[in-house]
Design a protein around this ligand. Structure first.
Ligand code: C2E
Ligand code: CA
Ligand code: CA
Length: 694
């Protein structure tokens, strides 16, 4: 059966000699031992165990075929010898009926076959090991084997190639030597949790080469279990995928960013706009989309060349980026078209101001090389959710608005919605008019008395500005102060109001009441814009012969919040010069009385929204009382705003509120009208009897 499949390679090359020697020597030995060849010379040493030598040779060198050959041939020789009564088993036929011979050959066959079997297995596992070793050594995958303590016991050449560590540098260390510190502790904890649960893990890891360079590897870790199931160690296999990732990143960048300006391209802007719309939807916020199209860019490109055009676009981008930082997302949609998503909630109210600044910025002449170029832009504006609530429609609306801007003569912006457009135009006109209002003496200050609630006397007034517009008529500060703040005109206006109030208080003090005080409102913008000219204010007061306490500054909580450092120094300076401070609109912001104590504040002004709802069983009643009590505990005085009824007045007086201001006493009035109060005993009149009832 063995020989049905012929042996391989017995007669190849030098092995042919060995095979011939093996066959002939085995034959010869059989003849000598069993058939008494050379009996005279060798009879005394011819023994049955000779055959063992050939069985071993056969087993080691010729395998199953060798063994069966030796056993079969020598058995036949021994039979022939026994039949003739010669050789090793010469007497066996008569004495034991060949039992000895059969036993001997059984032993020989078993030894031979066992030997081949063992040798075969040995060869096979050697071949496996050799194969494994070749794979390990020549694999392009980096491999690393650790013991149960996670210290490295072996690495392959690919490992050295990827990491730069030679095996002798790394054996005995833990894989942590490769760590770049880019993954959190939790990341590794989760990895080991999975390994102990499932025996393996696969994923991407950012590691560091010996050179310090970072690389990304796709790593798989497998546990090696011992015979009893105990963990013997781990094998880590990885490939360096840094290049692949870089390429993928590059492809992604090329698909999503504009090559020239490196701004997000149309596709990316679509995605970002979609994200922003969803955020606004969630937070119930507004968003403005601007399409900024350069005017006559093609002419520049055609006359001065594409290279110049590219430079120009880069400069336009630089200006837009400087402007847009922290306000929203900028992108380039096409050759001369940019998109700007104004998503910052603080900026959305100032969208008109924003577009105007962009137009101004872009219109500044461009000095490129030896050329000076003048360039303008047309901007289309669309709002979420007013105009549209999806990306495509919003873009379409902005596009239409942009074309309207082009049609209307370029270098301007247009809203998609006509009512907004009208409002924007009106506002823009107002902003323009306001620029000249101070010079044209259209602004006036009115004064509203502040009453001492316990005596009814008037020692204070608040200066409130008005705008007598030549076309529109009287405009309330609620309408134009925000515009003044947006355009920065508030600085100039604030200075003007201060000078007016100072002159007025000087007059009142000289003529009627030497202790009179006028409070003026100071916008948060006046602090923010760094115009802390307060030493000039003190000097001015000195020139008028006035002490600091003749003016009270009214500030809002947002001033305290937004410019803490500035304001602290400012308030200290005021205190040093005797000027008092009132916190306006108290209760409408993040009011914390204890927090206010840190700032040097003298009065709080309870906002009129609380006073207006005062009646004997409202929540506001309790709130007002609480505010008054707490303020007093902190050593602050309280002024209540917006008192319109006797009930409100009486309740506030009962709570111990120090001062009151409101239409019940007087509306804000021109200074000459105000003088009449002084002529009436400086006491709030005309309903003195009722006033003095309590
Ligand atoms: P404010 O500082 O809270 O001024 C009080 C506002 O309440 C004034 O409105 C005043 O006319 C109004 N008022 C007074 N008593 C009553 C009342 O009994 N009932 C009602 N309903 N209202 C009353 P006004 O004069 O329209 O001023 C509005 C806001 O404009 C002021 O609020 C202030 O924030 C700002 N403002 C006015 N003048 C200036 C200024 O010179 N500079 C700055 N930065 N802001 C100013
Ligand atoms: Ca005020
Ligand atoms: Ca107020």
């Amino acid at each position: 059966m063995t020989w049905k499949e012929l042996p391989e390679g017995w007669f190849e090359g030098y092995r042919a000699f060995e095979t011939i020697a093996f066959i002939s020597l085995t034959f010869l030995a059989g003849q000598i031992v069993f058939l008494e060849w050379f009996h005279q010379e060798l009879g005394f040493i011819a023994r049955g165990y000779w055959i063992i030598v050939f069985v071993t040779w056969g087993a080691i060198r010729f395998g199953r075929h060798g063994i069966t050959f030796v056993v079969t041939m020598t058995f036949i020789q021994a039979m022939v010898g026994a039949a003739h009564g010669i050789g090793f088993f010469g007497r066996d036929l008569q004495e034991s009926g060949l039992i000895n011979m059969q036993l001997a050959f059984l032993v020989i066959s078993v030894i031979g076959l066992l030997l081949t079997l063992v040798i075969h297995e040995l060869r096979k596992s050697q071949a496996d090991m050799k194969l494994a070793s070749i794979v390990y050594q020549s694999s392009s995958e980096a491999m690393m084997v650790t013991d149960a303590n996670k210290s490295i016991i072996s690495v392959n050449p690919a490992f050295t190639e990827v990491t730069g560590f030679q095996s002798d540098e790394i054996i005995g260390k833990t894989p942590r030597i490769l760590s770049a510190g880019l993954h959190s502790k939790e990341f590794y904890q989760a990895m080991w949790r999975e390994i102990s649960a499932t025996g393996k893990w696969q994923g991407e890891i950012h590691n560091r080469r010996k050179s310090g360079e970072l690389f990304t590897e796709l790593l798989s870790i497998n546990t090696i279990y011992g015979p009893g199931g105990a963990i013997q160690g781990w094998v880590g296999l990885f490939v360096d995928i840094s290049e692949k990732r870089k390429k993928e990143e590059l492809i992604w960048k090329q698909a999503n960013y504009d090559l020239l300006t490196e701004l997000p391209n149309r596709r990316m802007i679509h995605d970002r706009l979609n994200e922003e719309i969803m955020k606004c939807q969630r937070d119930n916020r507004q968003l403005a989309l601007m399409l900024i199209n350069l005017d006559r860019f093609r002419e520049v490109n055609d006359t001065l060349g594409h290279q110049y055009g590219d430079q120009l676009l880069i400069e336009v981008t630089r200006r837009l980026i400087t402007f847009s930082q922290e306000k929203g997302i900028l992108g380039r949609l096409g050759s001369d078209e940019f998109a700007f998503i104004l998503s910052n909630p603080n900026e959305i109210n100032r969208v008109g101001f924003c577009v105007n600044s962009i137009l101004e910025q872009l219109a500044i002449p461009y000095h490129l090389g030896n050329e000076i170029t003048y360039l303008t832009a047309s901007i289309g504006l669309a709002l979420y959710p007013e105009d549209a609530n999806d990306v495509t429609t919003l873009l379409k609306c902005a596009d239409q608005a942009m074309y309207t801007a082009k049609r209307e003569g370029r270098n301007c912006f247009y809203y998609y919605t006509s009512s907004m457009q009208e409002a924007a135009i009106a506002r823009m006109r107002l902003a323009n008019d306001l620029r000249y209002a101070v010079r044209k003496k259209e602004l006036i200050v009115h004064y509203q008395p502040i009453i001492d609630l316990s005596t009814g006397s008037i020692h204070k007034a608040e200066a409130l500005i008005r705008w007598q517009h030549p076309r529109i008529g009287m405009i309330s500060p609620d309408k134009f102060i925000p515009i003044a703040e947006e355009t920065g005109l508030i600085i100039e206006i604030g200075e003007w109001v201060f000078h007016q109030a100072a002159a007025q208080v000087a007059l009142f003090r000289a003529n009627y009441n030497p202790k009179f005080q006028i409070s003026i409102n100071k916008s948060p913008l006046q602090f923010k814009m760094g115009s802390n000219k307060c030493h000039l204010w003190f000097e001015h007061l000195k020139q008028l012969g006035l002490p600091g306490e003749s003016i009270v500054i009214e500030i809002t909580e947002s001033s305290l919040m937004e410019s803490k450092d500035n304001i602290c120094n400012y308030l200290l300076m005021l205190r040093d010069n005797g000027m008092q401070v009132a916190l306006d609109d108290f209760g409408t912001g993040y009011s914390s009385l204890a927090y206010l104590k840190k700032f040097d504040i003298d009065y709080i002004k309870i906002d009129k929204s609380f006073v207006q709802n005062l009646n004997s069983d409202s929540d506001d009643l309790i709130l007002c009382e609480a505010m008054i009590v707490m303020a007093h505990k902190l050593g602050l005085m309280v002024i209540a705003e917006g008192i319109e009824t006797w009930d409100q007045f009486e309740l506030l007086k009962k709570f111990g509120c120090n001062y009151g201001q409101g239409y019940l006493f007087s509306k804000p009035i021109p200074a000459d009208e105000f003088s009449k109060f002084f002529e009436k005993d400086n006491i709030f009149f005309p309903k003195k009897e009722k006033f003095l009832l309590n």
